[in-house]
Structure formats: C-alpha cells, structure tokens
Design a protein around this ligand. Structure first.
Ligand code: G6P
Length: 608
C-alpha cells in the first residue's frame, strides 16, 4: 500500500526522501512523488510508475532544493495510476501540499461542497480534497485548520502536510493508518513504516489516532484535537539493520524463506519453559477458557490460510467448533458471536483494515480477542485483548513466507496450551507434541538444504498455464496457501481444491498435461488422496506430489514426488509449505517476475 516519508533538517531533503521511499517500495505502489519547500514555494515532482522514473525526472533529487519535504509512493484507490493522481497534492493556490495513506470515505460530498464554493480539482483522488479543505479553512493558524479539516474527514488517514507559510515545519496527523516520527539530531522524519528511516534513527514516536504532530528541525510537539500537548515515550527500535536489507540475496522473498528455521525457533522459544508451553500473554482464567463454546478465527490472505490450518488443528485437539472466517466477509454478515466465543485474529502487519474492523466487530459482540501479530505496537496488537507476537522480524517481500510459518508456530503452541488446560490431551501426547515442535526448525532447514530438487522441478514446469493444488483436511488448508503463493508472484492461474470435491465439477478442466500438485501428508487420508491422484492422472494430468518419506509408494502414481521429513500430522504444514514457497519463488524467477513487488499487490492493506 502507499508509503509516506518526510524530512526536516539541515541536509537537502530530496535525495533522502527518495532513499526513504525506496525502502518502502516493498509495500506496493504505482506512482511516486516529492514536494519540497524551496524558499517559500512548494515545488512538486511526481510521476506514474516506479521510483526510477521519479529519480530520472528529478536527476536523483538534485533539481529539487530545500531541507524540508514530503514524499509518497501511491497504490491507486481513487483514480487510475497517473502523473496527476500521484501524491503530493497541492491545494489550489499552492499553499498546502499533502501526502496521504488511507481512504476518505466522504470525499465526493466534500469535493462537491468545495466545488460549489469555487475551488477546482485537478485529480480524481480523495486526497486532493484534503489539500483543498486546508486551503478553504485556513485563516492563518495551522493548528486550528488541521483540527477543522480532521473534523470534516470520514475514513482513514495518515497525512504529511507542508504549508508554504510555515517553511520550517511538517505537520503529521493520523487516524486508523500508521504513521511514525523518527527523531534525529537537528533533524526529524515522518514515515508510514519503520524501514524508511531505519538507517537514520532508531528513536521513534508512534502517532496515535487523532494526534497532531508539529515537527521542526529541533523539536517535535504532539497535540490532541483539543490542542492539549500529548506526552510521548520514545520507542527504541532494536531491529538489526540487516533485517530490513537483502543481505546479498537476490530477493527479500528468498531471504525470508531461508530465515524460516530461525524465525520459527525465535517464536516458540520464549514460550517453552521447563517442558511446558507458557502463554502468559493470554489473560484468561481456566474457567473462562472452559466456558468458550466456539472459536472464531479472523484474518485475510495468507493469515486466513493459517486460520484454516488452525481450524483442523483446534477441532481435532480441542474438540471445539472452529470457524475460520475471511475478515472482509465476517464484518458484514451479522455474525453469531458472543462472550462464549473466543476470537483469534491473525495478521502479520497488524494493520489490515478488514481484519482490524472484524476484530472490533467481534469485541462489540462481547468476544475476547487474542491477536497473533508480527509488527510490534501495530493497531491490532494494541486494540486486541491479548497479543501473542510472532518473532519473524521485519517481513519485506509482499508475498508472506516467514510470517506464515511463525503464525503456524503460534497455532501449535495454542493448541498444546489449551489442550493441556482443558484436559484434551494426555500428558504423554503433550510431551510427544512438544518434542516434535522443537524439531521443526531443523526439519525446515533440511528441506531448505535440499532445495535443488524444487528448483529443478520449477525449471521443468514453469510454463504451466493452469495449476491445481489438491489435498484433503489439513492438506487442503495448505493447498490454499500453495496456490496463493504461486498466483501472487508468478501470475500463473491456479486453484486450490479439496481433493474429494474435484469430481463435482472441476475435474472437467483436467486434460493432457494439466499440472496437479497433490498434497498428501495427512496420514489418515493418504489413500483417499491417492485415489484422487489416480483419477486426475487417468485424465492426463501431470502430478507433482508432496508426501512424507515413508510413502515412497506414491511415486508410482505421481510423475514427480517431493518427500518431506516425518512429523506429527498437525505440524506437517510447517514442512510442506516450504517446497510450495520455493516452487512459487523459482517459477516466478524463471518467468522474470518482479518477485518482491508483484503487480497490483500491497504488503499491508490498510483500506477496505
Ligand atoms: C496482503 C498481503 C498478504 C497478506 C494479507 C494479510 O494481501 O499481500 O500476503 O497475507 O495482506 O495481511 P496481514 O498483514 O493482515 O497478515
């Protein structure tokens, strides 16, 4: 999604802003722009396309002068990707410049109101309305104007604002869209995300909803909408700088795939003490846990696919009905949720708009929410009742890999924790699962070390035009993720199907040479999946099968087979997903796709 960077200091701002925007490229964007205050004039340069275009247009920022500026990468929502729709947007007289992340829901009403009062618009964006509102309400006091404008806006926004009349400050405002302030020596920054400023400063403030920051070279003041100062604690970011760099790898996605053993270990490790799973983050008594009649899991994208795995795991172990729900559907379907429902929200970014709103809906209905989140201090982490952090570290590639794996790790921890507490697993089973859990990082490493086979298969199969992923039970949950990964980055059409459901329609699409990726890891159902493999093979399909080491016999049905180390059924998705991620990666690389920034996608989807 869109990215914001702002700088005020003693250096030329434009090159710094361009570097900051580069660090946000991973979020996904289709146009970019800068605005600098050059001796009392707001000068804007912006263009459709990649940052390279903007760099060429501005000679790497050299043609823009000034030590105060804002920059933006835009992911189109209102109005097509174009030069004119790119941010920053100027107000009619050029007095105000605005960059904006989020969506203004009442922008049509506001636009018509402003037009009826004589203001004219250049773009089709909702953001230009904000710049024009500033123009319209400005009577000489910037703080009054910001408050007035905020009172008119419905929707979500993180804003960076420059005013021609106040050349030595940036104004930053946020509501439901993240914005941080980076604190430096005689210089300060704003950014929508930490990587943009990580090489400049480790000290940040996080703006909260409805806070207004007045940022100068040597001070940052924060106010609420009653103009009362807000005291902030400085937060120190302790990320390793390499965590947000490619570190010699060609793509972030590959680096992140390779980091999975460590990420998994870092996630489970803090929760294992004296041979037990400890989840101190969950503030529920045993009695409250026993009172739940249902578990609801809310998430989007790959996080939702973790939710589908969790449904199988929790139902099997806890014997409680579990619904895995797409957050965007849940929030508008009058869901049956109450204080006897435990809600689990899963989100890497902690900022996904649909997930956040679905969570609030569940809370309104009395449900206790446990969030599984990767980004510290994100909105979902803050607003949930309890939060368990995945320790994946910063994930930069749009297509998630290590966040998915660490989310699964938390699901297993929860299954053991609740299973034990509710008396649903015997002490012996508990110990077996716990032992297995600790072997997963090494087994993931083993699969990564043998990745040449996947690379070879990708080189043979990357020309496929349609691919079917099939599996039963937890393998079906996994096929959803395998299919999404491939679609996201290689642009090959694929579908995930419950293997038993194929014959009810989709099998008609199987013809000579159709690639079917059959996931057969779930011990109890391997013979059933085997029958489905035979069915599609007899109709001409080429089968690539993923199974465990002991099922060598499946070689006789599949044309290619990848064998996984043995582990308990519920943890097999953590192993099986690795070849699926690698397959998607190698196929996309062979097709020359933009792996870390696939077209039309955004890392963190902060709009509905
Ligand atoms: C976007 C990303 C997906 C991600 C989904 C949910 O669509 O491209 O990779 O799974 O959002 O994101 P979250 O941050 O809530 O996990």
């Amino acid at each position: 999604m869109c990215g914001i960077v702002g700088y005020i200091g003693e250096e030329q701002a434009a090159p710094l802003l361009l570097t900051g925007l580069e660090k946000l490229e991973y979020r996904g964007y289709d146009s970019a722009g800068l605005c600098l205050n050059d001796n009392g004039a707001l000068v804007v340069k912006k263009s459709k396309g990649k940052l390279e275009v903007l760099k060429n247009l501005t000679d790497d920022g050299k043609i823009l002068h000034g030590t105060v500026g804002i920059g933006h990468t835009r992911w189109a929502t209102h109005g097509e990707p174009s030069d004119v729709n790119a941010h920053p947007h100027l107000s009619e007289s050029g007095r105000f410049a605005v960059v904006h992340n989020g969506i203004i829901e009442n922008y049509i009403f506001l636009r018509e109101m402003l037009m009826s009062r004589g203001l004219s618009f250049r773009s089709n964006t909702d953001t230009e309305v904000i710049a024009q509102l500033f123009e319209y309400y400005y009577k000489g006091d910037i703080m009054d104007t910001v408050i007035r404008v905020m009172s008119k806006l419905d929707g979500s926004y993180a804003l960076g604002i420059l005013c021609r009349d106040n050349p030595d400050e940036i104004i930053a405002v946020r509501k439901e869209s993240p914005l941080i302030i980076g604190l430096g020596e005689k210089e300060n920054y704003i950014a929508s995300d930490i990587p943009a400023i990580l090489d400049k400063t480790r000290n940040i403030y996080r703006l909260e909803n409805n806070e207004i920051a007045v940022i100068k070279r040597d001070s940052v003041q924060i106010f609420n909408t009653d103009k009362m100062p807000v005291k902030k604690e400085t937060e120190k970011i302790d990320w390793d700088i390499h965590a947000a760099e490619k570190d010699g790898y060609e793509h972030f996605m590959f680096k992140e795939i390779m980091e999975q053993p460590k990420a998994f270990l870092n996630t489970i490790h803090p929760h294992l003490k004296n041979g037990r799973v400890v989840l101190d983050e969950i503030h529920l008594s045993a009695e409250e846990i026993r009172s739940f009649r249902k578990i609801n899991i809310l998430a989007c994208g790959s996080a939702y696919h973790v939710g589908v795995v969790a449904k199988y795991v929790f139902e099997k172990i806890l014997r409680i009905p579990v619904e895995a729900d797409l957050a965007s559907e849940f929030r508008y379907r009058d869901p049956i949720v109450d204080d006897k429902t435990l809600t689990i929200v899963i989100s890497q970014s902690g900022e996904t708009a649909d997930t956040k709103e679905a969570m609030k809906e569940a809370q309104r209905r009395g449900s206790h929410v446990i969030a599984i989140v990767n980004v510290l201090g994100s909105a979902i982490a803050k607003e949930s009742d309890d939060v368990i952090y995945t320790m994946a570290g910063p994930e930069i590639a749009v297509a998630t890999t290590k966040a998915y794996s660490t989310q699964l790790a938390v699901i297993y921890l929860m299954a053991l924790y609740f299973g034990d507490l509710l008396g649903k697993i015997s002490p012996e089973e508990y110990q077996i699962y716990l032992q297995e859990l600790q072997t997963i990082p090494d087994k993931i490493q083993q699969i990564l070390d043998n990745r040449e086979q996947v690379q070879y298969l990708a080189s043979r199969l990357f020309n496929a035009e349609d691919i079917f992923f099939i599996g039963r039970n937890i393998d079906y949950a996994l096929s959803l993720e395998g299919s999404l990964k491939l679609k996201e980055i290689s642009y090959i059409h694929s579908e995930a199907y419950a293997a038993g459901e194929l014959k009810h329609g989709t099998i008609s699409l199987i013809e000579k040479g159709t690639l079917v990726i059959a996931l057969a890891t779930h011990e109890e159902l391997i013979s059933k999946t085997r029958s489905n493999m035979v069915e599609v093979h007899s109709r001409g399909a080429y089968i690539l099968c993923l199974t465990t080491e002991k099922h060598q016999d499946l070689k006789s049905v599949a044309q290619s087979t990848i064998f996984l180390p043995q582990t308990c059924d519920m943890m097999l998705p953590s192993l099986a997903v690795i070849p699926l991620q690698l397959f998607a990666y190698y196929v996309a690389a062979l097709k020359g796709c933009d792996i870390d920034k696939p077209r039309n996608l955004a890392k963190s989807v902060t709009v509905e």
